[in-house]
Ligand binder design. Structure first.
Ligand code: ATP
Ligand code: MG
Length: 212
């Protein structure tokens, strides 16, 4: 059992979902900002198994992605990882994860941290209304990001749900996993874009590099 599952002192728990291929400082800064602003007791990083939105792309083995996240959160006592999605076969839907987390921590308030880009995809998610009524959303936006456009795009949802989506400004970290993978592939540096332990894991496991 993962330690957050048996913890009895969790009042506010956040799910940080993502592909994490690989995890980087953008994810960590957003999670830490949310932890502070919303007084979260725990942030659980849950790498996706086979994410419904990315099935056509080549994705790194879930075991490697989970290992990288474990390395990345090690130094933060409020951060943990979960294999909830990586250990089950097949497509993982956010709704299933949210239900499981709520079952395991029935008295906790559940939050869901995402980037503003991902919040815009919410409408395409399975059981969006149940997700929005179970979790409070924390959408990380960069300074200057047009919040009105977010509101506008979500306007097909009822007020009750929109009111459950909070935005939080994080420093503009133009870091993405896609860019990191491309950098490794092209032999460019990734130092200072992600934790050193993750960088080491990538080089030891020869991830993202040219196969020659
Ligand atoms: P990819 O380039 O492969 O899409 P990514 O860098 O966007 O990867 P994901 O694993 O897709 O990383 O993202 C997980 C979550 O973290 C999403 O909600 C995403 O919006 C958010 N996120 C990603 N990068 C940042 C960043 N630099 N700052 C804040 N949030 C981010
Ligand atoms: Mg992304």
């Amino acid at each position: 059992m993962e330690s957050w599952m048996r913890a009895k002192d969790i009042k506010r728990l956040a799910i940080m979902g993502g592909t994490f291929d690989p995890v980087h400082y953008g994810h960590l800064v957003a999670a830490e900002g949310a932890r502070h602003e919303f007084q979260l007791d725990r942030v659980i990083f849950i790498p996706s198994g086979r994410p419904p939105h990315k099935t056509s792309e080549q994705i790194t083995d879930p075991v490697h992605r989970l290992a990288m996240v474990k390395n990345a959160v090690q130094s933060n006592a409020h951060f943990e990882t979960s294999a909830l999605e990586t250990e089950s076969d097949g497509v993982s839907y956010t709704i299933d994860t949210v239900r499981k987390v709520q079952e395991l921590q029935p008295s906790a308030d559940i939050y869901f941290i995402t980037g503003a880009d991902a919040v815009l995809q919410i409408l395409t998610w399975k059981n969006v209304e149940e997700i929005l009524s179970t979790c409070t959303f924390i959408a990380a936006t960069r300074p200057g990001y047009a919040l009105e456009s977010l509101e506008h795009r979500l306007s097909s949802l009822s007020r009750e749900y929109i009111n459950n989506i909070y935005t939080m400004e994080v420093p503009a970290l133009a870091i993405s996993s896609t860019d990191i993978r491309n950098r490794v592939f092209n032999g460019k540096p990734i130092k200072y874009l992600l934790p050193e332990r993750v960088e080491k894991f990538i080089s030891n496991s020869k991830l993202y590099c040219r196969e020659d």
